[in-house]
Ligand binder design. Structure first.
Ligand SMILES: [Zn+2]
Length: 148
């Protein structure tokens, strides 16, 4: 499964329904051309008194990997947990903190997911978009919080 607008939006919608009670508005989707970063979630803080808690939220997934369906779902849900925490203004002690791991552990337990803080992507199939010369991959799932 290769990340593109179609695969990302449909996987997001499925996971939003199954795991987040359709509570997350559809974000922007984009790809990143990286074998070091598998995926990332970015957003901006809302301005004061804004109706929405955050804005400009983007989920990006690398187009260098041909994921199994399960790995693609785990990757999407990892980023959606960051999104859920930001959207609901849940306070956490760090980006993969206590609250993040509580939600992840609960999803893993109840739905048989295998979400982790980082993924070893060395066994993932590469796409034609992957760089031709590759140093060994220790890939991360990233979380980037941007202020204005
Ligand atoms: Zn993360």
């Amino acid at each position: 499964m290769i990340a593109n607008q179609d695969t990302m939006v449909h996987t997001f919608w499925d996971c939003n329904k199954k795991f987040f009670n359709n509570s997350l508005p559809t974000p922007i989707f984009d790809t990143i051309n990286s074998i070091n970063i598998i995926a990332k979630f970015e957003y901006h803080e809302s301005k004061k008194n804004a109706k929405k808690p955050i804005r400009n939220q983007i989920i990006k997934i690398s187009d260098c990997f041909d994921f199994s369906e399960k790995d693609f779902i785990d990757t999407m849900v990892h980023e959606m947990v960051h999104y859920y925490i930001a959207w609901n203004k849940i306070k956490d002690n760090k980006s993969h903190g206590k609250r993040f791991m509580e939600i992840v552990n609960s999803l893993n337990k109840h739905y048989g997911l295998n979400i982790e803080k980082t993924k070893d992507a060395s066994s993932y199939k590469l796409t034609e978009k992957a760089p031709k010369i590759i140093k060994k991959k220790k890939s991360i799932l990233s979380f980037l919080f941007r202020l204005n």
